[in-house]
Design a protein around this ligand. Structure first.
Ligand code: HEC
Ligand code: HEC
Length: 241
């Protein structure tokens, strides 16, 4: 929940300060056309860092520098969310074809840069994580039990907000799924293997467990008339600069 509150702050910040601060005296430098910029550090810094952290982690949104995440998701998946935005979350659409500011070449440069900087070869070698994309609908009743058994142990009291419709209204099923499978090293969310801190092997979450938990959380999201349908529309346009 801390993360979500921070996303809202960062999205405001991105709008207010997404602009590049030009220093006086620098005006004689020719400024490249924005669409000509293909440098990863520049593109990432200007468009993504406010929400995903300066180095892909420790920001309010998904830990993109998580090697398990990058091993799990393919380029088409990344292109879909970066280009088209992530409905139901604050993740904006960046591709010009979706109303954003970046060319396809720039989106591809960002994806290549993410992989070059943050992938770790063999990050999931030998492991069999559940698939990145959901292929089957889960069972909400069973999901409630699985949530109690597998999540509530950490997400109780102050962290109970995961089951809060206000939180769920701002997070997509895929974002929840990503979080459960790849984990989020920057905040201490375990990956699907749920390795216990004492080194004893834990029981990994199955695809079915994850589908069930999502069905359960979906039910909570939709059961609240005050919040139904308020999930953020996919935003068009990159943050103003
Ligand atoms: C070993 C402890 C642990 C377990 C087990 C665990 N989590 Fe977490 N989870 C965390 C921590 C720590 C955070 C970061 C807390 C925060 O952001 O306030 C977190 C954050 C999250 C977030 C992000 C919240 C946000 O603010 O964006 C989601 C979603 C989440 N967990 C879902 C789950 C689900 C679903 C399960 C069960 C499958 C689960 N977690 C099991 C420790 C755990
Ligand atoms: C205004 C905040 C914001 C900005 C700016 C932003 N993102 Fe996101 N992004 C989010 C949020 C929120 C999510 C949904 C997951 C979550 O709740 O953490 C997300 C999700 C994603 C996902 C999908 C994660 C998954 O589950 O597979 C990718 C990939 C991503 N962002 C990449 C980028 C890149 C690359 C940029 C810059 C071009 C960028 N984002 C800019 C907020 C932002």
């Amino acid at each position: 929940m801390r993360k979500m509150a921070a996303v809202l702050l960062a999205s405001t910040a991105a709008v207010l300060c997404g602009c590049h601060a030009y220093q006086r005296g620098e005006v004689s430098q020719p400024v490249p056309r924005p669409s000509a910029v293909l440098d990863f550090a520049t593109l990432y810094g200007q468009n993504c860092a406010a929400c995903h952290g300066p180095d892909g982690a420790n920001g309010p949104a998904t830990d993109l520098a998580n090697p398990e995440y990058l091993a799990l998701v393919d380029d088409a998946g990344l292109r879909k969310w970066i280009g088209g935005g992530m409905p139901g979350t604050q993740m904006p659409a960046f591709a010009k074809s979706s109303g954003g500011m970046l060319t396809d070449a720039q989106v591809n440069a960002i994806i290549a840069g993410m992989r070059k900087r943050w992938s770790r070869p063999g990050a999931l070698e030998g492991a069999q994580p559940p698939p990145y994309a959901q292929t089957q609908t889960g069972d909400a009743k069973r999901g409630a039990q699985t949530y109690q058994a597998r999540c509530a142990v950490c997400h109780k009291q102050t962290r109970d907000e995961i089951t809060n419709p206000v939180y769920l209204a701002l997070v997509s099923d895929q974002a929840l799924r990503t979080m459960m499978i790849a984990g989020s090293p920057d905040i201490g969310q375990p990956d699907w293997r749920h390795d216990s801190a004492d080194g004893k092997p834990a029981t990994p979450l199955t695809d079915q467990d994850i589908n069930d938990i999502i069905a359960y959380l979906d039910g909570l999201r939709n059961a609240s008339p005050g919040f139904a349908g308020t999930a953020a529309e996919p935003q068009s346009g990159a943050p103003a600069r």
